[in-house]
Design a protein around this ligand. Structure first.
Ligand code: PNW
Length: 478
């Protein structure tokens, strides 16, 4: 892995949050309990051929029943924050109308348990599990879904705003729009480039309307943010043609969200590059103002950089952008771009390990969104972990990954970035979407047959980092 130069002082700011993240469908299970109805991920995972081995989130890691033990585990690890998401269809089974109180009660109990242990909850309202009824009505390509989201945001804000301070509207809208509606490797599995661009706009609108709805019902001290999977897009060579490819993918990955959200406009270059597909007439008067709400923070999710070039005949062919196998591109209007594997060591996902990308990303937003506090809301690695005969789980690769990326965060802080916290993905091994249970991202190992949780050596290493506010030597793991 590319080393990031060591920094002095090595200590993180005292108020830095040492967190871990999860999402509802990936961990909760209990999909038919207490009035919950199917989301698009229930439908998708139960459709043959959509996930590895036909795996589903029906049981997942049974967090719905084991949340107390899971919070106790977080407290043992000394975490100062926990980011989780709310299952929309537990709260509003049809995606509209009045809330189901038992659904909200589960999250109230979870939050109270966290607060009792001194762990700061950070709530994500939407981590990809749209109520199926809303998809049946057209899903994110339809404008009404944004209005439904604002109503849902208001319900959850009213219910939990008194005890949860930190709010995130959407997780990685890029994945929802382009993996869900263009490449189809995520739910709802549609492959329509125009629908994916409409979805992106309505996700932006949902973020803006949802932010206003939250603010209208919550104490002013609460913070609202969004988590973007902000790609670090690099050229294969510094030629004009490759730099044009970078511009195109950067617009489709990043500008399409942070343009309207942070600046109140879609990038002109994005509109021009997609003009042959869509006239963007679904962007109505007033939408950009609604989307461009003041934010209290920005969440960045980072795993690996993206390497592109102009496509010529020799490099067209199998797609290698690491976004899953599909004949349909998640990049509308970018058939003239080729994707390449960044050289270097890779994780089990095939994603190249490159902490310099995280440093670059943080510095980019430090420049582009001056004054906006940043949180790393996801970062982590999948490995093929297995317990040793003594039952312990050693994952030195993950320790090295975390050490490398946290060093990059520390260096960015030294370079002037205002990074307030880090949430490792993920607390527990869990349902890794189309990959099912095959990819383990957890700092805590889960034996899926028994649901027994065992902290891996990375969890113990991270616990020491959280306790001391510095990064222990990665070779010194328990
Ligand atoms: C993120 N990509 O997913 C999600 O927020 C998590 O739920 C997920 O478990 C984690 O990262 C690990 O995958 C992504 O194709 C899925 O670029 C796919 C991509 C990026 C992030």
């Amino acid at each position: 892995m590319t080393p990031v130069a060591p920094v002095t002082p090595v200590a993180f700011p005292p108020a830095f949050l040492w967190g871990a993240a999860t999402s509802a469908y990936q961990i909760e299970g209990a999909v038919r309990e207490d009035g919950r109805t199917p989301s698009i991920w229930d439908t998708f995972s139960h459709t043959p051929g959509k996930t590895a081995g036909g795996e589903t989130g029906d049981i997942a890691v049974d967090h719905y029943h084991r949340y107390r033990d899971d919070v106790a585990l977080m407290a043992d690890l000394g975490l100062s924050a926990y980011r989780f998401s709310i299952s929309w269809s537990r709260v509003q089974p049809t995606g509209r109308g009045p809330a189901v109180q038992v659904g909200l009660d589960f999250y109230r109990r979870l939050v109270d348990e966290l607060l009792a242990k001194g762990i700061k909850p950070a709530v994500t309202l939407y981590h990809w599990d749209l109520p199926q009824e809303l998809e049946d009505a057209g899903g994110w390509p339809e404008r009404d879904t944004a209005y439904r989201f604002a109503e849902y945001a208001q319900i959850v804000g009213e219910a939990l705003g008194d005890r949860v301070e930190n709010w995130i509207t959407l997780n990685e809208p890029w994945c929802s729009a382009f993996l869900g509606y263009a490449s189809g490797v995520h739910a709802p599995g549609r492959t329509d480039p125009v629908a994916s661009l409409r979805a992106a706009h309505h996700l932006n609108l949902a973020h803006g309307l949802g932010t206003s709805a939250l603010r209208s019902v919550m104490p002013a001290r609460n913070t609202v943010a969004i988590s973007l999977n902000s790609s670090v897009v690099r050229p294969l060579s510094p030629t004009q043609a490759d730099l044009a490819a970078v511009r195109k993918i950067d617009d489709l990955a990043n500008g399409i969200f942070h343009g309207p959200i942070l600046r109140g406009a879609y990038p002109e270059t994005l509109l021009a590059a997609t003009r042959s597909l869509t006239d963007w007439s679904y962007v109505q008067d007033g939408d950009l103002t609604a989307i461009h709400q003041p934010l209290d923070a920005l969440g960045l999710n980072y795993y690996t950089p993206t390497l592109v070039s102009a496509a010529d005949e020799t490099v067209r062919g199998p797609r290698t952008d690491g976004h899953g196998a599909s004949e349909h591109s998640p990049w509308p209007g970018a058939d003239d771009v080729a994707f390449h594997q960044t050289p270097g060591e890779r994780t089990e996902m095939g994603w190249t390990i490159d902490p310099t990308g995280l440093h670059d990303l943080i510095m980019r937003y430090t420049k582009d969104a001056p004054g906006l506090p940043l949180y790393i809301t996801e970062n982590g690695a999948a490995y093929d972990d297995k317990p040793d005969p003594d039952g312990r789980v050693h994952d030195p690769e993950r320790v090295a990954y975390l050490h490398g990326h946290l060093s990059a965060v520390r260096r960015a802080i030294a370079d002037g970035a205002d990074v307030r916290g880090y949430f490792l993905w993920s607390l527990l091994d869990n349902f890794e979407w189309a990959y099912g249970y095959e990819k383990r991202f957890g700092a805590v190992y889960v034996d899926y047959a028994t649901q027994v949780r065992t902290p891996k050596s990375s969890a113990l290493w991270y616990a020491r980092a959280a306790r001391t506010g510095t990064l222990p030597d990665p070779t010194e793991t328990a």
